[in-house]
Design a protein around this ligand. Sequence first.
Ligand SMILES: Nc1nc2c(ncn2[C@@H]2O[C@H](COP(=O)(O)OP(=O)(O)OP(=O)(O)O)[C@@H](O)[C@H]2O)c(=O)[nH]1
Ligand SMILES: [Mg+2]
Ligand SMILES: [Zn+2]
Length: 363
Amino acid sequence: MNTAPLEAWGWSTDFADSYGRFIESAGAPEQLFPARVVSISRGVFHVAAPEGEIDARLLRRVRRGPAGSPAVGDWVVVEAAPAVGVDPRIVHVLDRRSRLSRKAAGARTEEQVVAANLDAVFLVMGLDGDFNPRRLERFVAMATESGAEPVVVLTKADLVDDPEAMREQAADASPGTTVVAVAALANENLEPLAAHLAAGRTVVMVGSSGAGKSTLLNALCDEEVMRTAPVREGDDRGRHTTTHRRLVQLPGGGLLVDNPGIRELQLWADDESSLEETFDDIEAIGRECRFRDCGHGQEPGCAVRAAIRDGSLKPARLRNYNDLREEQRRLEQRRDEVSRRAEDRRLGAYYKSVQQAKKNRRR
Ligand SMILES: Nc1nc2c(ncn2[C@@H]2O[C@H](COP(=O)(O)OP(=O)(O)OP(=O)(O)O)[C@@H](O)[C@H]2O)c(=O)[nH]1
Ligand SMILES: [Mg+2]
Ligand SMILES: [Zn+2]
């Protein structure tokens, strides 16, 4: 099997060794091949395989196994489709080099892998109303736990008078971590990120909705591959424009994962959404749209609207789809609001206790 095409997706000798060990123990190795998870939409794993990008399903015993469900960035072993009309199946998850996780909310904390096999985590924060150095502390701690290098990326440097002063403030809050201030819209100061995004390296971006993650990705691609949307006036809050995690190849050979907006790594359940399942016809047509995350509205090169024009898709169906999507976005915004308030309360209580402790010491 020719694994050369996988190198563009970050395949390395470590994974090749790990794969070799697995197929030695497997029954019919000629049916197997390695692939990397590029995106996931409920139950369907879109993977980059030696022959190109394909959809695969997950064996239940893999999901229940020690690695759990594969995440974006995972290297997996796929078994070719045994028959026409049957999807290829993921039979194994190769050992992870690193992983960014969050603790799933709920009665028992359960680890959920957000993205795997990362070299760096970009903690993306806007220098607008999103800027909050105190929040960085915990972000950096979580990113460090992943085994990848945390890098603080402050965006929208063009919107403030003294970005350098703010950069220093952020650097003070995250000692030992590289802090870069960029103006992605104007393509300014992106060079310091290049080393982290060298060929074969994988980086995940995390940060609030509206921080400018997708804008940064577009700037690095020199092309609009993801949709972006203005933040709300008044409080600079984002609109949860990106709804799916996705691994994107950059022109320089680096691999970058764009994420839906998150607060303190509290990723929403949006990627568990059932949208794709009930509207998989629209999802399938949508894969032909120019933008990988087309909203099927006014975007140029929209295949879905073309399908409506040529009569192969009913307008009512798109309306239902859009309504559901809008509902989901509102739900996400509400959750964001709740978590932001809880976070403010926690931070407030924390700093009060710090102040109190200082006072007590002085006494
Ligand atoms: N002036 C300025 N605006 C920026 C910059 N980067 C991003 N923006 C704007 O900020 C808004 C939000 O950007 P997005 O890239 O959609 O933010 P995001 O982090 O991807 O948001 P979600 O997908 O919702 O998580 C857009 O209107 C961008 O044009 C920048 O460097 N300068
Ligand atoms: Mg986005
Ligand atoms: Zn479209």
